[in-house]
Design a binder for this molecule. Structure first.
Ligand code: ADP
Length: 289
């Protein structure tokens, strides 16, 4: 089982002729609502990859539809809490050229009840995996507990915050971050990625694929990404990380898991949307690039 302490957000996407300027009122020409949030995206990706996923998180009073959708994708939501107030959500305006501006409200994601997470993780078993990102409360506490229980602990350092990484770092077996985040981390910690003391670090490189750094040997491996026409890169990293963890939980070697993850992320990049655009294992298998 993959235990994912992660955000659940409603993405409200407004199509606008241009991004509104201060003081301007502008009518949108289109509206769509989808499931998003780095945590939910990762859970959906891992479930679509065929792994067993238990999501730890919270939605507000308006979040019932998101829990239903996660469950429809095969994510176990028994430990998703219902809190008062609004769910996490993003107001996303996208202009005709595809440029966007996003206002994010963390909502219930910041209001996850610690005792319930603690109790849920009591049900985890050695050999399970734990993953979290930087969009919820309780990251270091839950990571420490998971590590103590013998789980493999992974962290996606997004949205990047040096203090958040510092707090979880002692508990990590695997760190996933993009190129920009990697540079920010090296600057903040004044240390190279190679010498973080984390067993496995994966740096994603957008269209160029990813690098995997093994701390033990200091070896850097590279995996190329398939070439695709990018339509919407929202959730590419989450799809990648979800598939990577699923592969590891299914017993794939790192190299094979990275390979499938880059194929899944490439397919996602070719489709608009977040969680709802993540491909299934069968689609990833069949894809010809
Ligand atoms: P993030 O989305 O977190 O900023 P990246 O941009 O590095 O991270 O993308 C994550 C992964 O998604 C990459 O490692 C790659 O496998 C895939 N990906 C992203 N952009 C593209 C692209 N244009 N073409 C193919 N694959 C892509």
């Amino acid at each position: 089982t993959i235990w994912n302490l992660g955000s659940i957000n409603a993405d409200h996407v407004y199509a606008v002729p241009h991004i509104p300027t201060p003081g301007e009122t502008l009518a949108a020409t289109g509206l769509s609502r989808g499931l998003g949030g780095k945590g939910a995206n990762m859970s959906v990706a891992a479930a679509r990859a065929g792994a067993r996923v238990a999501h730890l998180g919270a939605v507000g009073e308006d979040g019932g539809w998101m829990v239903e959708r996660l469950e429809a994708y095969g994510v176990d939501c028994a430990h998703v809490q219902r809190r008062g107030g609004p769910s996490g959500h993003a107001i996303i305006t996208v202009d005709a050229k595809g440029e966007n501006a996003i206002t994010l409200w963390p909502g219930a994601n910041r209001d996850i009840e610690p005792e319930a997470v603690k109790q849920a993780l009591q049900g985890a078993a050695p050999g399970d995996l734990f993953v979290t990102q930087n969009e919820t409360a309780l990251q270091p506490e839950a990571a420490a507990q998971a590590r103590a229980k013998g789980l493999t602990v992974a962290y996606a350092a997004a949205p990047f915050d040096a203090e958040a990484v510092r707090a979880v770092r002692p508990h990590l077996d695997l760190l996933v971050l993009n190129e920009i985040e990697a540079r920010q981390l090296e600057q903040a910690l004044n240390s190279s990625i190679e010498s973080l003391g984390i067993a496995h670090v994966v740096v994603t490189l957008g269209a160029r694929g990813c690098d995997w750094i093994e701390a033990g040997s200091g070896t850097r491996h590279h995996v190329d990404a398939p070439r695709v026409e990018a339509v919407d890169t929202t959730g590419a990293g989450d799809t990648f990380t979800g598939y990577l963890l699923a592969g590891l939980s299914q017993g794939l070697a790192m190299e094979a898991a990275l390979n499938r993850a880059t194929r899944a992320a490439a397919l996602k990049v070719g489709r608009p949307g977040a969680a709802d655009a993540i491909p299934t294992a069968e689609e990833v298998e069949r894809a010809v690039f």
